[in-house]
Ligand binder design. Structure first.
Ligand SMILES: [Zn+2]
Ligand SMILES: [Zn+2]
Length: 492
């Protein structure tokens, strides 16, 4: 299977390596309390010279230590000045706009930006947003399945996939027999009300530089030519950033109040090489350069502090290697699962048995085989009737979801039969409770506290966050109405 980022990719077999969580050290000040100076001092009351030397050494030590303390104090007070001042008056209320007439939200997605990638390599621009903005300290939780299209559309609608209709990157509608794929722009597939539609409903302008669903003409949103870019993976990231910046040069009343900006990386590389390859490090550094280009452009226009930047990813990434494979053909002694029943394999196993074949019977026989100890890696897959999936997954209330769903353990893959296909790479789509599926959330702008850390939350909360910042009346959704209050600074 290729990438499910908006770009199509071809996997290349390169083994993944163990992650290096210590790639960015923050140990800037280390105090050596075992001073060699102290241990060398041996006082001898009978020796005056020794006493003088002893006192002198004590004095020198004290001076040295106080100098160190003074330095440490200065260092800490300067390095933490933004957060200490931010916790005072400045961080109590939202900051007034200085140049823009209306709040503007720029929603940036870096596909497959796994939580923790920001520490792989110096990312000064992303860290500038983090230090002066609000961060989900342990990452943003995707919706299940942790795939690109379901998640991007949850971010802009506040709905779980069962409710917004994009239940996979590609699927068959059992009612009509029609097939949804990533270039399907017919409105019938895309339920709910995405943010660009909400904005236009209020007589305001929105602009989309790529986002799943943005090209779909829905309600008042007609995907206007100059503000709604048609997906083209070959457009340089720099051009995307520059075009978004150019919207700020429009007359004030024409500036879109909501904009999206999408980058295929580092998902694109993650599928090829897994999350721990140097290629990912380079992709992350490049995304950081794009954020730097964006910040520069906003600063040149004098609006960096006015514009609200929300940077997210849609999901994380995990390596798939080490023979972590489960083959459906191995279940034949219990039940034969023909390939025609299987609508997707991995990491979302979705099975649609034909009429006359009771789904509950299929589930029971599959689980019996998987739990028997006789199926290779069988214990790492459990299948469910969709109604019996853990309710936290919210993955049942749609006819588009096939009756049988398998939950696969992190890093494992389900295939029909043994083959010589490439094994190693990276994947996502697993249970959204798995930590490696998390992405990032950073909010920077007048209503976000500086240096503020908030607990992880699901991306369905972002819709209400954006409508709250823009003071719009949003459509009903699965996010909590209390969430924006919990994360944003109150208005004065
Ligand atoms: Zn992907
Ligand atoms: Zn993705």
């Amino acid at each position: 299977m290729g990438s499910d980022s908006l770009a199509q990719t071809k996997p290349i077999p390169i083994p993944t390596q163990e992650e290096d969580p210590s790639s960015q050290s923050t140990a800037l000040l280390a105090f050596d309390t075992d001073s060699s100076l102290d241990s060398e001092v041996k006082s001898s009351p009978s020796n005056r010279h020794a006493s003088i030397i002893f006192i002198a050494l004590i004095l020198i030590t004290c001076i040295a230590l106080s100098a160190d303390f003074a330095f440490a104090f200065l260092f800490y007070s300067s390095s933490s000045s933004s957060s200490s001042s931010s916790s005072s008056a400045e961080n109590k209320f939202s900051r007034p706009l200085k140049k823009l007439e209306k709040p503007v939200v720029l929603l940036v997605s870096s596909d497959g930006f796994r939580f923790g990638y920001q520490f792989k390599t110096p990312t000064p621009n992303i860290h500038r947003l983090i230090q002066n903005g609000t961060e989900a300290e342990m990452g943003l939780i995707p919706v299940f399945p942790s795939l690109t299209f379901p998640n991007h559309y949850s971010i802009v609608t506040g709905l779980y996939p069962a409710h917004h209709g994009i239940i996979n990157n590609h699927f068959l509608d059992p009612k009509t027999g029609e097939f949804f794929h990533m270039a399907s722009h017919e409105p019938k597939w895309w339920l709910g009300e995405p943010l660009w539609e909400t904005v236009v409903n209020h007589g305001l302008k929105a602009a989309t530089y790529f986002w799943p669903g943005s090209e779909v003409k829905k309600g008042t949103w007609g995907c206007p030519e100059k503000l709604c870019m048609k997906y083209n993976a070959s457009v340089a990231f720099e051009d995307r950033v520059d075009t978004v910046l150019s919207y700020f040069d429009l007359p004030s009343s024409e500036i879109p109040v909501f904009m999206t900006l999408y980058f295929e990386d580092p998902d694109h590389q993650g599928h090829h090489v897994g999350p721990d390859d140097p290629e990912i490090t380079e992709a992350v550094a490049r995304i950081d350069r794009m954020i730097g280009r964006l910040i520069d452009g906003l600063e040149k226009r004098g609006i960096f502090e006015d514009v609200t930047i929300i940077m997210v990813g849609d999901h994380g990434m995990v390596g798939t290697c080490d023979k972590k494979l489960i083959f459906l053909d191995d279940l034949a002694p219990w039940i034969e699962i023909p390939a025609e029943w299987v609508w997707s394999y991995s990491p979302l196993l979705a099975i649609h048995p034909p009429p006359g074949q009771a789904a509950s019977d299929v589930v029971a026989k599959m689980n019996e085989g998987l739990e028997s100890g006789k199926v290779e890696n069988g214990k790492y897959l459990k299948v469910y009737l969709k109604e019996e999936l853990p309710s936290r997954l919210h993955y049942a209330a749609s006819d588009r979801i096939p009756p049988i769903i398998g939950l696969i353990e992190e890093s494992f893959k389900v295939e029909q039969k043994r083959s010589k296909r490439k094994e190693c790479g990276g994947s996502h789509g697993y249970d959204n409770a798995i930590f490696s599926m998390r992405s990032i959330f950073i909010g920077h702008g007048p209503q976000f506290g500086r240096g503020k850390k908030v607990p992880s939350f699901e991306n369905v909360e972002i819709y209400n966050l954006v409508t709250s910042i823009l003071s719009l009346h949003g459509a009903p959704n699965n996010g909590s109405s209390a969430f924006p209050v919990s994360i944003l600074l109150p208005r004065q």
